[in-house]
Design a protein around this ligand. Structure first.
Ligand SMILES: *Cc1c(COP(=O)(O)O)cnc(C)c1O
Length: 399
């Protein structure tokens, strides 16, 4: 494959103002102008290279945005304070009262709650569908539909969206295809498969050290300019702007993302194969038993593997909780939400990150109460980790 996201990041070159190998951090909320005319032009959006106020943009934020645009192969990108701070303005910029969204039903709990509970107050309705059923997706499209929304690899069930087919549907009906790629950075590049907008929570794998939050919207220059417009831009007006110090630190972590993703993927593949061989119900896109294994394989950049996320079914919530508590006690990881940390993180989505989804809907989509979601860490000796996890599973009766 000729598109290599890690090469694209590597090939960018920036220097600090004193020749530093890291760009200087712009630690200012406001910027001076040499002339009043330039200030006016900047407010009108016509002064390329001028900064006005840090809610709009900052040099540090632009560096990070540029690197993430290179990673996804979009014209440009704008960063935000959190993943939700990127997703919500992207959706709201495109829609107005009376519009409609078709969304995958297996999406991040916060995004689900936003579309289900929040946007209807403003006259924006959403139909939730099984994104792997293209007929169902097309049937849900209405004359007022504006956006087709999904996650490349869904949270927490790891369903894989056929981005190229969804893009064809979106084009046929004149819709925007917006894809949250948080679970599969580097492995899959949705814009290369036809997505119009690619979103990430940088809080997860991309930053990778669970020390900050962040988000990004990758898209065309025209769309990103709209989002930042001082008069009607959702990023500018809703105000979830990233701080420059954070942008600088995330940019530094982004440089090792390719190395980390390879290790997360290799470790998750190893554990998934072992768990499945032990007879556990294991969901991981790198397993041939996964219903979207072929789809993922078709879309992926082979160097980066099937990602760091897997789930197992412990059989009941009590067993899931006992297993997670014991694994934490043995220092195999932390009982915590979120993902992409160097240590393994585990949680039971039904009672945590997906608790926004009503129980009967959870059951419908296959989200059982004994489900444990793992974000597999960067463990150097994954065989040892497996042995220790196996012992825990025996002790609590999961095996
Ligand atoms: C965490 C997450 C989000 C939200 O990101 P925040 O940084 O927590 O605001 C959105 N989508 C997915 C898939 C996520 O995992």
């Amino acid at each position: 494959m000729s598109f290599d996201p890690a090469n694209n990041i590597q090939d960018l070159q920036y220097f600090g103002e004193f020749g530093g190998v890291n760009p200087s951090i712009s630690d200012s909320s406001t910027y001076t102008f040499l002339s009043a005319k330039t200030m006016f032009d900047t407010f009108e959006g016509n002064a390329e290279g001028c900064y006005l106020y840090s809610r709009h943009s900052t040099p540090s934020n632009l560096y990070l945005g540029q690197a993430l645009a290179a990673m996804e192969g979009t014209q440009t990108a704008t960063v935000a304070a959190t993943g939700m701070g990127a997703i919500t303005p992207a959706l709201m910029q495109v829609c107005q009262a009376g519009d409609h969204i078709v969304s995958s039903r297996t999406i991040y709990g916060g995004t689900y709650a936003f579309l289900k509970n929040f946007t209807p107050k403003y006259g924006l309705e959403t139909t939730f569908v099984d994104i792997t059923d293209l007929q169902q997706v097309e049937k849900a499209i209405q004359p007022n539909t504006k956006i087709l929304y999904c996650e490349t690899v869904s949270n927490p069930l790891l369903e894989v969206a056929d981005i190229a087919a969804l893009s064809a549907l979106a084009k046929k009906h004149g819709l925007w295809l917006m894809v949250d790629n948080t679970f599969s950075p580097l492995s899959i590049a949705p814009a290369q498969l036809g997505a119009d907008v690619v979103l990430h929570s940088l809080t997860k794998f991309i930053n990778g050290s669970s020390d900050t939050m962040g988000g990004v919207i990758c898209g065309t220059q025209e769309f990103i300019d709209q989002l930042r417009n001082v008069n009607d831009g959702a990023c500018m007006l809703l105000g979830a702007s990233m701080d420059s110090l954070r942008a600088a630190s995330i940019l530094k972590n982004l440089r090792t993302l390719h190395i980390r993703i390879k290790q997360h993927s290799a470790n998750a593949q190893y554990l998934a194969e072992k768990f499945e061989a032990d007879g556990l119900k294991t969901v991981y896109p790198g397993l041939e038993s996964h219903k979207s294994h072929k789809q993922f394989t078709k879309m992926m950049h082979a160097d980066y593997g099937y990602g760091g996320m897997l789930t197992i079914d412990a059989g009941s919530l009590d067993k899931a909780n006992a297993l997670m508590e014991l694994m934490q006690e043995r220092n195999l990881g932390y009982l915590a939400v979120s993902l992409g940390f160097y240590k393994t993180l585990f949680s039971a989505p039904g009672t945590s990150t997906s608790s926004e989804i009503p129980l009967e809907e959870q059951a419908q989509m296959g989200l059982t109460e004994g489900l444990i979601r793992f974000s597999i860490g960067l463990d150097n000796d994954i065989e040892r980790t497996y042995q220790m996890m196996h012992d825990c599973m025996k002790e609590v009766g999961v095996l």
